[in-house]
Design a protein around this ligand. Structure first.
Ligand SMILES: Cc1ncc(COP(=O)(O)O)c(C=O)c1O
Length: 394
């Protein structure tokens, strides 16, 4: 009997999932750098446009290389369907637009990446969608925010930058009882450590720019969920509004998936060591890392994540100390990206979260002393020395 890729171990899905060879027997997946496709006859074109015959039509609708990336990520995530987008923000934007109409209401965790907050606070209201922000760790707050017209919930878990964790299953139940869909941004956990669909959510979004590329090259995003919902909510939006992922970026990202598991596990191992060093340092007021038992939601993490991830947040007490730390780093880069092979650290309140009004930053506990660090694949000895020296100088 033929092997069913859905039964494979995740490592096998990561390197072989979605493989569709051209007939040349290529080992590395083919890059189809083509905008459009030719038909054998006018009748064949008619059948393809009508959806009666399989096949590609135009790069904005789909592409063979992009489809390998989509099928591979769907298999790794345990999703029926994945659609790739040009960036993580395109994924978030499409994921919400497809579920909401004028007059609808959204409930969102208040600790959101700056651009996600812009979409929710500035963009959606232009189209008549109102939002209530909640403390995502408070189940009663989610429940209390529900209105008769609530159609979607949005949460990042762990959230950027202070790594708050949401009880995904419980929030999904509240959403479903209200007739709403739950969208989870799973960037920080990665598909390696958390499968939100299995926990009960409806739609997962990724910035593939982060760990999935993991080597600082291309932007990309993905939306995953059940085929029926994905088709109903997103097929036409993706086709007609044009957030398609390029075939070249799809190819880079599908090669990234092959090593995702290895990279993320090693980064997480490195992050564990660095987090312990940071937590024990006299200059540090507070350290948050999903892999440490002192994370405020360690019990929830143990239930829904199988690893702590590679991001650490720590409070040095003031902007001056945080900047001295960043300026004292010799190996780790000052950069706002994350999930990369290269370690990087940033000062969220003046970079990734600077567009968030100060009062809202304070509401999520983001004072000016916080630094966010994404731990990479450098040698653990070098990383520890660099971070310890920068902390001494902070
Ligand atoms: C949690 C989260 N979601 C979405 C995004 C947006 O992804 P992209 O930069 O690929 O558009 C980012 C980072 O940029 C992020 O950290």
């Amino acid at each position: 009997m033929a092997e069913d890729p859905r039964d494979w171990e995740v490592e096998t899905r990561a390197v072989r999932g979605g493989m569709a060879r051209t007939g040349h027997g290529e080992i590395s997946e083919a890059l189809f750098l083509t905008q459009s496709f030719a038909y054998d006859s006018a009748q064949a074109a008619d059948a393809r446009f009508a959806g009666d015959a399989p096949g590609f039509i135009y790069q904005r609708f789909g592409n063979p290389t992009t489809q390998i990336f989509e099928d591979r990520l769907a298999l790794m995530e345990g999703a029926e369907m994945c659609r790739a987008t040009a960036s993580g923000m395109a994924a978030v934007q499409v994921a919400l637009s497809g579920l909401l109409r004028a007059g609808d209401h959204l409930v969102a965790g208040r600790a959101l990446f700056g651009s996600c907050r812009w979409i929710v606070s500035e963009w959606l209201p232009r189209f008549g969608v109102e939002t209530t922000y909640v403390d995502a760790t408070d189940l009663e707050a989610w429940q209390a925010a529900v209105r008769p017209n609530t159609r979607a919930f949005l949460v990042e878990s762990p959230a950027n930058p202070l790594l708050e964790v949401t009880a995904i299953g419980a929030v999904a139940e509240i959403a479903h009882a209200a007739g709403a869909k739950l969208v989870v941004d799973n960037v920080f956990a990665t598909p390696v450590f958390q499968q939100p669909l299995a926990l009960g959510c409806d739609i997962v979004v990724y910035s593939a720019t982060k760990h999935i590329d993991g080597q600082g090259r291309v932007l990309g995003g993905a939306i995953l969920g059940a085929a029926e919902l994905m088709t109903e909510a997103y097929k036409d939006i993706l086709r007609h509004t044009g957030p398609a992922l390029s075939p070249f970026n799809s190819w880079v990202l599908l090669k990234g998936l092959e090593t995702l598991d290895l990279r993320v596990r090693r980064q997480t191992e490195n992050a564990g060591r660095v987090a312990d060093l940071i937590a024990d340092h006299r200059k540090v007021r507070r350290t948050i890392f999903c892999g440490r038992p002192d994370h405020p939601q360690a019990a929830m993490i143990a239930k829904q994540m199988s690893g702590g991830g590679n991001v650490i947040a720590f409070d040095l007490g003031s902007r001056e100390a945080a900047w001295r730390f960043l300026d004292g780093l010799q190996i780790v880069d000052i950069s706002n990206n994350l999930g990369d092979a290269k370690s990087m650290a940033t000062h969220p309140s003046t970079t990734t979260h600077r567009s968030m009004p100060e009062a809202e930053r304070l509401q999520i506990g983001l004072t000016e002393g916080w630094v966010r660090m994404s731990v990479g694949l450098e040698g653990p000895g070098d990383l520890s020395r660099d971070v310890a020296r920068a902390l001494d100088g902070a």
